[in-house]
Design a protein around this ligand. Structure first.
Ligand code: NOJ
Length: 484
């Protein structure tokens, strides 16, 4: 939304500043760069009893219960955003709260999110609102047991988006209809981790592609609806609705860099996992047979992204494997705890970088690669809508932030039009089955009135936000050798 020409006009000035500023800010971000943090309703609010995950949670290690109690503590949370100087808060609205029964809208819940928005706006914090973050109202399964596969839910979602746009349009400009549609479709319809628990990954064209197609359709409808209904410019920058997708991306690399087959498999997997949704939304290019010709199957979908949200955490290696995930013929090697042994037996290399508490490899260089690839592929403004680390000790968060932001700065310096960075997460929360992973800039003491406390990494992030850049002191303390 802002500073379109920054990289051309101001980059040289920033670089001069870098060279001259000594101990001051060394890597300066563009003027107007949006600094923020992200959360999701189900993970922080507590007691989302009308959502489909609520009953499903009995399968998990822990239940969400009161989560971080943010349905009650939202005003305190807005103050936490402010305290670090952030200008944007990305959060989600829980569809099941607004519509606990089909076509019955809950006035109290509608008013609640107005209060959340007032609490943010009174502190000059711009909201970035996600409408679907992995959960649905329970009643969608009464309409159809496999709702996103068969598509009945698309019309219902549209009604919800219409209501959100009407209610909140004068308070919100930045919208994300879907969070990580790739992760959600894999989780719910590929590997059975979310309701309805379908396992279709081994047969992706028949079992997963229909889900993905329906989600793109729902996004496109939402995009049009938001632009049609939200005509109020809430923050006065001349744009009433700015709509993107929060896409999960990984740095994808060959299991064996010397193998041409593995390198080709990387390309197939990236097109499927990383680019399928944005290709469909930005270009109308939907590969329903996963053969990846450049055929534009849905020109009517093209142009339905104003920005591309990237959510980067780690890298993933891919091995060519005839007959697996046909027609992709590959094995994705996740670097996650218990699975690594099984993947090792199947021929995946063991993770060889330091890891987060999730077991994910820490790979800041991959962040640069993915941002550059996205920018080169679509020439759309990029917003980093998530990036963060599960870190119980609190020791790894500051280096993680500094090193990732240094790579982001490098991508901007090399021409990518990146408008903002939302750290995941503002505070510790329910990580889809467990409270153990600690992602927060602020920790939450679940035993002690949900007390929030600033972490060391959070303080460093606040320093960066305040300076709109990374000082040479922070680079010396936490940066990688390339940036010291
Ligand atoms: C992405 C998801 O959007 C969010 O819900 C999750 O907590 C983080 N990744 C960390 O796994």
């Amino acid at each position: 939304m802002r500073c379109h020409a920054w990289t051309i006009l101001c980059a040289p000035i920033a670089l001069i500043h870098s060279a001259c500023s000594g101990a001051e800010t060394s890597l300066l971000f563009p003027p107007g760069f949006m600094w923020g943090a992200a959360t999701a309703a189900y993970q922080i609010e507590g007691y989302n009893t009308h959502s489909d995950l609520w009953d499903w949670e009995v399968k998990y290690e822990q239940r969400s219960g009161a989560a971080a109690n943010s349905y009650v503590l939202f005003d305190e949370d807005a103050e936490l955003v402010k305290r670090l100087g952030m200008g944007v808060y990305r959060f989600s609205i829980e569809w099941a709260r607004l519509e606990p029964r089909n076509n019955e809208w809950n006035a109290e819940a509608i008013e609640h999110y107005h209060e959340v928005l007032r609490s943010l706006r009174s502190r000059n914090i711009r909201p970035m609102v996600t409408l679907h973050h992995f959960t649905n109202p329970k009643w969608v399964y009464e309409i159809d047991p496999s709702p996103w596969e068969n598509g009945e839910v698309v019309r219902e979602f549209e009604e919800y988006v219409r209501l959100a746009a009407r209610e909140y349009g004068s308070e919100v400009d930045m919208w994300i209809p879907f969070n990580e549609p790739n992760v959600y479709s894999f989780g719910a319809y590929g590997i059975g981790r979310f309701p309805p628990g379908q396992v279709g990954l081994l047969n992706p064209t028949e079992r997963l592609l229909p889900v993905m197609q329906n989600m793109v359709e729902a996004h496109v409808q939402a995009y049009r609806m938001l632009h049609e209904v939200d005509t109020a410019d809430a923050d006065g920058d001349g744009v009433a609705a700015w709509v993107g997708v929060g896409q999960a991306v990984s740095a994808i690399e060959p299991a064996d860099p010397d193998s041409a087959a593995d390198r080709a498999a990387v390309d197939r997997y990236a097109r499927f996992y990383v680019w399928l949704f944005p290709d469909a939304m930005a270009r109308g290019n939907f590969d329903s047979d996963l053969r990846f010709d450049e055929a534009i199957e849905r020109p009517d979908w093209a142009g339905s992204l104003d920005f591309l949200g990237l959510q980067y955490y780690s890298r993933l290696k891919v091995r060519a494997q005839e007959g697996l995930l046909d027609p992709l013929n590959l094995l994705p090697c996740a670097s996650e705890g218990a699975l690594t042994q099984i993947f090792g037996v199947l021929g995946c290399p063991a993770p060889d970088l330091p890891k987060t508490d999730m077991g994910w490899e820490i790979y800041p260089e991959g962040f640069y690669d993915v941002v550059r690839q996205a920018w080169e592929r679509y020439a759309l403004p990029v917003v980093v809508t998530e990036n963060g680390i599960a870190d119980q000790t609190g020791e790894k968060r500051a280096p993680f932030i500094v090193q990732h932001l240094a790579q982001l700065h490098r991508a901007i310096r090399d021409g990518a039009d990146v408008r903002g960075y939302m750290h995941w997460s503002l505070l510790d929360n329910y990580e889809w089955g467990s409270f153990r992973p600690r992602f927060g800039l602020y920790s939450v003491d679940y035993e002690n009135g949900f007390a929030r406390e600033l972490t060391a990494g959070g303080a460093v992030y606040g320093e960066i936000v305040g300076a709109n850049g990374i000082s040479s002191d922070l680079l010396n303390r936490f940066g990688s050798d390339d940036f010291r």
